[in-house]
Design a protein around this ligand. Structure first.
Ligand code: UD1
Ligand code: MG
Length: 472
């Protein structure tokens, strides 16, 4: 196969998005549309990648910024299209960068982000085998509105492409559309682009006109018709609605793959699993679960309804009960949390540890088999194995300036409604009586108590009630 260079068009106005953000910087699966295209180019081992940017400095800066932030293996070259005079003019602005390149130019529209390397490889092989100067991908869409239509001669040969805005009502009824992906011989491409004219409703230089030019020159044009099941890969984003359709499609495609691999997903229509998450066979996701960032869920774990997990490592046989929010958390095998637990960055639940309802944790380790079953705040703490944290326990870890550490030894028992004023340490096997404010270290196996003596006043309540009701 001939070497390829890739040109990605990203200079359009994107008017139909009604947004200040350049269209190609909008996110699909958390990644800018243009970055999806660049990752595809890398996967195809494209020799040279050129992104055509808008001549508007602010727009170009935003797009460059998004690309730099994506930390790609190599940065692309950039070309500037001074004014958005159409897709043909946009490709023309990459001529200088590709002057010394000899081979096939793969043209991608920055707003077509779901292409798989497998499909494009197949297309490039087809282009090569056909010995064509221009090849493009077409597909039949049930709803072709907005796309350029493929016009064929009675022989079936491709004649030209007509844009929706320029199409007659008969042409509009055609369902075979131009996907906007082309493989073109570099020399032919720039020669043809020099000839195109803005003779159309939009007064733009259409890239699609190179097809008619090739036909006039009797150069070989070939069309690769994508199979129907690939149609979604070829969808473009022109509006916020299109973006939502693609987001949904991509999400469903990932869920389908997970289910094929043995993950149980109770309600795929409400489940979100981000592109960088891993879920093992045998895991179970209830309705409305969101797995985001680099979350991993191992086998036999159950993630309850309405749980949102971002960058969480879930071990085997873990239970996350309904309505939990976890961010940068590690849950080792057999651990459980919730319902209604909020586990913030740096929380670690060792094997078999348990966090119950209305517990907040931050930067804390709950040792093997340790429990905090109800209503607690555990921040900057290290809790030993098998320790029990009673209901309403609070680590007072912050004095308004700095954070301090609380250490609780193995097998310690912290009574309900305890405040642990950090920095402080409760020894191994120690007991803290309910209602205690711990301000000093508690030695191993000691009892800490800080409540005042209880006084019972005999009959006091009855007398008070009588007196008070008499006043009425
Ligand atoms: C284009 C095709 C259409 C095809 C559809 C597929 C043309 C004339 N039409 O239409 O046949 O069915 O894509 O999705 O090519 N851009 C620039 N500079 C410009 C104009 C556009 O860089 O002056 C970029 C845009 O940023 C975008 C891409 O080119 O990434 C396509 O432009 P867009 O305006 O979306 O074209 P469509 O109307 O979708
Ligand atoms: Mg488009």
């Amino acid at each position: 196969m001939k070497p390829i260079a890739t040109v990605i068009l990203a200079a359009g106005e994107g008017k139909r998005m009604h947004s200040d953000l350049p269209k190609v910087c909008h996110l699909l699966d958390g990644e800018a549309l243009v970055v999806h295209c660049l990752k595809l180019a890398h996967a195809l081992k494209s020799r040279k990648n050129v992104v055509v940017l808008s001549g508007r400095p602010q727009k170009a800066k935003q797009t460059r910024g998004v690309i730099a932030a994506a930390k790609l293996p190599t940065q692309p070259a950039f070309a500037i299209q001074k004014k958005p005079k159409g897709t043909g003019d946009a490709v023309r602005s990459a001529a200088g960068v590709l002057k010394s390149f000899s081979g096939t130019v793969l043209i991608l529209y920055g707003d077509v982000p779901m292409l798989s390397p497998e499909m494009i490889r197949e297309f490039l092989e087809f282009h090569h085998d056909e010995r064509a100067v221009v090849s493009l991908i077409s597909v039949n869409l049930e709803n072709p509105t907005g796309y350029g239509r493929i016009i064929r001669a009675t022989s079936g040969a491709l004649q030209r492409i007509v844009e929706e805005k320029d199409a007659s009502s008969t042409e509009k009824r055609l369902t075979e559309i131009n996907s906007g992906i082309y493989a073109v011989d570099r020399k032919f491409l720039f020669d043809a682009l020099a000839k195109i004219k803005p003779h159309n409703v939009q007064k733009e230089y259409y890239l699609t006109d190179i097809v008619a030019i090739a036909r006039d020159l009797q150069a070989r044009i070939s069309v690769w018709q994508a199979p129907k099941y690939r149609a979604a890969e070829l969808l473009g984003v022109n509006s916020q609605k299109d973006l939502a359709v693609l987001e949904n499609y991509s999400r469903q495609r990932r869920l389908d793959q997970l289910m094929m691999q043995g993950v149980k997903i109770l309600d795929p229509s409400t489940t979100v699993v981000g592109p960088h998450c891993r879920v093992e066979a045998g895991a179970m996701l209830f309705a409305n679960v969101h797995l985001l960032g680099n979350t991993t869920v191992k086998k036999n774990s159950k993630i309850g309804p309405f749980a949102v997990l971002t960058d969480v490592q879930v071990g085997e046989s873990v239970t996350v009960k309904p309505f939990c929010v976890l961010d940068q958390v590690v849950m080792e095998n057999d651990a459980s949390c919730g319902p209604f637990a909020h586990l913030r960055p740096g929380s670690v639940l060792k094997k078999n540890a348990k966090v119950g309802n209305f517990v907040e944790m931050k930067k804390s380790v709950l040792g093997e088999g340790a429990k905090a079953s109800h209503l607690s705040y555990i921040g900057d703490a290290k809790v030993g194995a098998r320790a029990n944290i009673g209901a309403g326990t609070i680590t007072c870890n912050y004095d308004g300036f700095s954070k301090y550490l609380t250490t609780i030894g193995e097998d310690a028992f912290i009574g309900s409604d305890t405040q642990l004023v950090a920095p402080v340490r409760v020894g191994r096997g120690a007991i803290v009586g309910a209602g205690t404010t711990v301000t000093k270290n508690v030695p191993d196996d000691a009892l800490a108590l800080s409540r005042s003596q209880q006084v019972n006043k005999k009959d006091w309540a009855r007398r008070w009630r009588k007196q008070a009701s008499g006043k009425k």
